[in-house]
Write a protein that binds this ligand. Structure first.
Ligand code: TYD
Ligand code: MG
Length: 450
């Protein structure tokens, strides 16, 4: 028998016997009883009684099972594969490639593992089958269900006992019991929680597709973030083939991982050497161009930052950032003005991350600042130079994580020198370095314009 203790429901004060007034907070009649937490030998007996309580050591010894999807990059973003019983949300703008990606995953799992049910509420089974043919995904264990009734979906899924369920999209599914239109807050919430129940009770991974719109997201992914185990997003720029897949929340892995794909005529193909791919069209030696070494998750990534500082005809000059945070750009411009004496207040400023990628890493700061200076002065940076470092409000250049790995990637791609924060320049690195301690050191990186 576990000993009973009493505790105050108001302040948590514990006592061996019931008390009328709590000595902790003075509250009257606030004591309730609870079993004492087990200690020592008693704990062992307590744990054995199947209470659902488990020692952390025992839980740690049970590995999390993973189903590899076979799609390179996706497994890494998921933290090693899909976890049975998990609910995953794939968010992205319409037309970005969510259905394509998931059909590829569905086909791969049908080939390698078992029955997969792909529920389509937006397109007919024939339309999805056309896409499946295009991506070489025809397999008899891949089942399509064109359905919008959530009850019907759940019933069919139960009967087929699949190893993966894809719901494309959560905004098209409706529960009869909920009196609201498809895609409304209450429908989306209820539908998602029914699929969560299905996932947990049957131990099957369920992937929900959620559309995001450019202007906020009505009844979209934000609403479901707390409910699902993993939120992945597929991003890309219109007119570019590059697609970035990343996890914004992951109960089974890290969140920083990034996988890059290129949209081809036969679906999404993993980009094998992302840095080389991103730098392919670079015109080295052009003023306004700087190569940054970013790090997304475990993958170092070289990417070209292009800046254009042009005289403005407008009273309020334009500030346009593509692929970068525009408030970060404003901050960098202010820091350059104050601490490097460079005034760009009368210029229109455009900054672009080449390739259509969007990155939020502070380590890009130094390359953005260098590209801005280079454009303003019309003097190029050395074409063999790669740059990384975070810029602080006082103009100081701050160390970033995993400098050695970034330098290694730059060396692998044939760069000959790295400009980096002074603190990161200590230690053994694979390339000669130029240490930068404040933004005032940046103009020295510019070549003479000849
Ligand atoms: P889709 O997966 O339907 O996007 P979403 O589900 O996010 O709305 O993909 C839409 C675009 O992808 C569409 O413009 C066609 C293009 N696409 C290809 O370029 N190659 C392909 O193999 C496939 C299937 C689609
Ligand atoms: Mg779609």
């Amino acid at each position: 028998m576990a000993t009973i203790v009493f505790f105050c429901t108001s302040c948590g004060h514990e006592s061996g016997k019931w008390l009328g007034q709590c000595p902790g907070c003075g509250e009257w009649n606030s004591f309730a009883e609870q079993p004492a937490p087990p200690r020592g030998k008693k704990a062992v007996a307590f744990l054995r009684r199947g209470t659902g309580v488990v020692a952390v050591t025992e839980a740690a010894a049970r590995p999390i099972e993973r189903i590899e999807t076979g799609l390179e990059g996706l497994d890494r973003v998921l933290g090693g594969g899909l976890v049975p019983g998990s609910l995953v949300l794939l968010a992205g703008e319409p037309g970005i490639g969510k259905s394509t990606l998931l059909l590829q995953v569905a086909a791969a799992l049908a080939r390698n593992s078992g029955i997969v049910v792909y529920i389509t509420g937006e397109e007919s089974a024939e339309q999805v089958a056309l896409r499946a043919r295009r991506i070489d995904g025809l397999h008899e264990r891949l089942f399509l269900l064109a359905e919008t009734s959530c009850d019907a979906m759940l019933e069919r899924v139960e009967a087929l006992d699949p190893c993966l369920v894809v719901v494309d999209s959560v905004q098209t599914a409706v529960l009869d019991a909920v009196e609201a239109v498809a895609g409304s807050v209450s429908q989306v919430r209820q539908v998602a929680s029914r699929f969560q129940h299905l996932a947990k009770t049957r131990g099957v991974p369920v992937i929900l597709v959620g559309h995001v719109t450019k202007d906020g997201n009505i009844a979209g992914p934000k609403l479901l973030e707390h409910l699902v185990d993993v939120v992945m997003s597929l991003e890309g720029e219109p007119g570019h083939d590059l697609r970035a897949l990343r996890a914004g929340k992951n109960r089974f892995g890290t969140v920083a991982e990034l996988a890059l794909y290129s949209m081809t005529g036969r679906g999404l193909e993993p980009v094998k050497n992302a840095s080389a791919w991103l730098l392919e069209d670079r015109r080295s030696g052009a003023p306004g161009s700087a190569v940054a070494v970013a790090l997304e998750g475990t993958v170092p990534l070289l990417v070209e930052v292009q800046a254009l500082a042009a005289p403005s005809a407008l009273g309020t000059p334009r500030r346009v950032a593509h692929g970068l945070d525009s408030s970060r750009l404003a901050l960098l411009l202010a820091v350059l003005e104050r601490h490097a004496g460079i005034n760009l207040g009368d210029r229109d400023i455009f900054v672009n991350l080449v390739g259509g990628l969007s990155l939020r890493e502070p380590a890009l700061d130094l390359a953005v600042a260098a590209a801005l200076l280079s454009s303003a002065a019309n003097r190029p940076l050395a074409s063999e130079l790669a740059i990384f470092g975070e810029i602080g409000l006082l103009g100081e250049v701050r160390a970033v994580s995993r400098a050695a790995e970034r330098v290694r990637e730059a060396a692998a791609l044939g760069f000959g020198r790295v400009a980096l924060p002074t603190r990161d320049a200590n230690g053994k690195l694979e390339l000669p370095t130029t240490a930068i301690s404040t933004v005032a050191d940046l103009p020295a990186l510019l070549q003479s314009s000849d």
